[in-house]
Write a new protein. Structure first.
Length: 429
């Protein structure tokens, strides 16, 4: 069973599969993009690992203010994902748009050394996430366009595993820098900026761009970087026409519905620190637990989704997240609690982060692939932006326990609705 909407006949799919390569081999561009994401995630996760503690304990921000900034951090990406995806399809150069996004994020890292007010921090974080929003859909489109439809889950799993390796190394680097440097937070932000520049250089030098020429029989076919020649630019009305696809609307709607009750990672780590009485010095290592499980399971769960159905794995990931919420609410504060919660958090990401874009492979035409990915990603990111604001406000007014209980009840209801809505979109082999 698959979350699919065939946009091309089976013969076309088989021809594309032969053109892109068969078997279990992952396309080279997937590995190169995975390397870029690995390096970039070292940079970004260094900042993400220390940012909640830096804002709440060092700068003294309230949970509501932090929730607002965290919402900006995630919501800004949502507001520009559609722009990045559409422009990548329009100019037929996904590498260019991804490079602009990576470059903008790299420029923002050193600015964290210069700001401390809410407004300035919000602006820098918004610009950083704008870069993420610009690059996400074009990058995922390059992965999707270089992979046969029946191997999408595996390809995205490989990329996410490499990406998560960086997410593991980033908190480790932040942990050691904080212990070794006198001005720990400034050192973290400075090193993060240098690493981000390295990621941009790898993208520019090693990700293939436009081909100098194409064979006649390849006219209009995407190359490894997702660049398509010989076709007119994609117009806005063509992109908007994607909303007429019932299965795309269902997938985007369910992603948004579940995102409304998905508490941000930063809040999960703050709750876990309070619940398990974890010292501030160890706080940057909490994302490492999530990343380790994500790394171990991203490829196996991506391949499993290819076999048994992406809907099943996607919903199972949210059940794992719900179990983690339950442990934070009601489990005794034993030494095992942090490991259990972080493991369930990692399972959630392994079962959803790559499976969601993989589900779009047969729904969206190739020439609009980045736009389609951006539509679904935007709906999910905007929903999580709203969740961050609401959770921060609820924590400030009623406390962390009632706020998390409300999110858990909402997630249970939304998962039930999503399972029902997605059922008609499933194709049985």
């Amino acid at each position: 069973m698959y979350l699919t909407d065939r946009s091309a006949p089976a013969r076309a799919d088989s021809e594309q599969g032969r053109r892109r390569g068969a078997g279990h081999r992952v396309a080279p561009v997937v590995l190169v993009l995975g390397s870029v994401s690995l390096i970039t995630d070292i940079s970004s996760e260094m900042v993400t690992a220390v940012l909640p503690l830096y804002l709440v304990t060092t700068l003294g921000f309230t949970p509501l203010v932090f929730g607002t900034l965290d919402g900006v951090y995630n919501g800004a990406a949502a507001l520009v994902q559609l722009t990045g995806g559409h422009l990548a399809d329009r100019v037929r150069n996904h590498k260019l748009m991804a490079g602009i996004g990576y470059g903008l994020s790299a420029l923002c890292k050193p600015l964290l050394l210069l700001v401390s007010s809410v407004g300035a921090l919000g602006t820098v974080l918004a610009l950083d996430r704008t870069g993420k929003g610009l690059r996400t859909a074009p990058r995922d489109a390059m992965i999707s366009l270089s992979t046969p439809s029946e191997k999408q889950g595996r390809a995205f799993g490989v990329h996410r595993a490499m990406d998560t390796t960086g997410a593991m190394l980033g908190p480790l680097a932040a942990f050691f820098i904080l212990r070794a440097a006198a001005d720990g937070y400034d050192a973290v932000f400075g090193v993060s900026a240098c690493v981000a520049v390295l990621g941009v250089l790898v993208l520019v030098l090693f990700v293939p761009g436009k081909r100098g020429g194409a064979r006649p029989d390849d006219a209009g076919a995407p190359d490894d970087a997702g660049v398509v020649d010989g076709r007119p630019p994609v117009r806005v009305r063509e992109a908007l026409a994607l909303l007429k696809l019932p299965r795309l609307r269902a997938l985007a709607g369910c992603a948004a519905l579940l995102g409304l009750t998905t508490v941000s990672d930063a809040f999960v780590y703050l709750l876990l620190q309070r619940r398990a009485d974890i010292g501030d010095a160890w706080f940057p290592l909490l994302p490492l637990g999530t990343a380790a499980v994500f790394l171990l399971l991203a490829v196996p769960l991506g391949a499993l989704a290819d076999r048994i159905g992406r809907r099943t794995v996607f919903l199972a990931g949210h059940v794992s997240l719900l179990t983690g919420y339950a442990l934070l609410l009601w489990a005794p504060a034993t030494p095992a609690l942090p490991f259990l919660v972080l493991a369930l958090h990692g399972v959630f990401y392994a079962a959803t982060d790559g499976v969601l874009p993989a589900a779009l492979a047969d729904i969206v035409p190739e020439q609009l692939r980045a736009t389609g990915l951006a539509l679904v990603g935007t709906s999910q990111a905007l929903a999580r932006f709203c969740c961050s604001l609401a959770f921060g406000a609820a924590w400030t007014v009623w406390g962390d326990g009632p706020a998390l209980a409300g999110s858990a009840i909402g997630l249970l209801c939304c998962a039930a609705v999503a399972g029902s809505v997605l059922r008609p979109t499933v194709e049985t082999r």
